[in-house]
Design a protein around this ligand. Sequence first.
Ligand code: 2P0
Length: 334
Amino acid sequence: SDESFIAYAAAAPNLALIKYWGKRDSRLVLPLNNSISVTLDDQLMRTVTMATASPEFAEDFVELNGKPVEVTDRMRAVLQSLRQRCQRGQDLASWKVRVATRNSFPTAAGLASSSSGLCAFAVAVARLADTLRWLSTVARLGSGSACRSLFAGFAEWSAGQRPDGVDSTASQLASAGHWDLRVLVCVVGAGAKSAPSTQAMARTVATSSLLPARLSCLPDRLAAVREAVAGRDFASLAEMSMRDSNCLHAVCADTYPPVHYLTDASRAIIDFVHRLNEASGRVVLGYTADAGPNVCLLAQPADVHLAAGCLQRAFDIGQVVGDLGEAADNSKVP
Ligand code: 2P0
């Protein structure tokens, strides 16, 4: 109809180098700790979203890759917060919205689809409502990690201190062009992840006695990552990322009942990275893994060829690393 509004948005997944794991407020999606991520190049992995508002729609409706999906409470929270802030007048604020979204990569396989998915959702609907203020807060309501995907390059999400969460926002640490890094996504399993991260992290907060130890060492680790980014210190960035990934999965194992994301195949890649670095006498690769079995490797551009060759010799590619160089993404971090 002539009266409808339409808006588009695109976002790329981000890879957490210092992980977000645990909330202090689940309704407002307020985290226990700051996290730092790097947003992947959107040429290789991205979510594209179209949002439409019309007085003719009876219900809010969301589809992912062409199929209708449940409109979750988190999506409703994003829609509600934007309806309240809508700059286009009372009509649009009461109209129902249709959101069509498409990922260029596997959904829910631990490849951070929630970060780009809910980021693009928030941006598209914010454009409909014609209000880009408070975008970080709105994206966060959709999914915590989504607020980091608002930025290219390196981003830090500050936990904040206020109970209402207005200071729990993301900001850019360094632009996309600041540092040319590469990420090799080792696709170990493309199936759905074993435990949804929202539930798993709630269980960690409720049961893990190692979580406080993790939180107490994070300020130093965050400072080291900020410094490594500012000074383009690859060895330090890679070491901090590997340590934080190991720490996250240790806390997951300490959760009761335990949460297991890594598989033997994931661990074989992790052990391989340490052997390669030791044999090379320097840090050639770093790794980091999220709420799924896939392992992301960090490398400097000059080492990508060497690393890919060693990986291919070390593993049965079809079984362990997917099709490295084909199905697996060799994403250039902007
Ligand atoms: C991260 N993860 O920092 C961490 C590391 C997974 C492991 O953010 O409940 O889907 O929607 O805020 O953002 C995944 O958690 O969780 C995540 P919600 P989200 O990237």
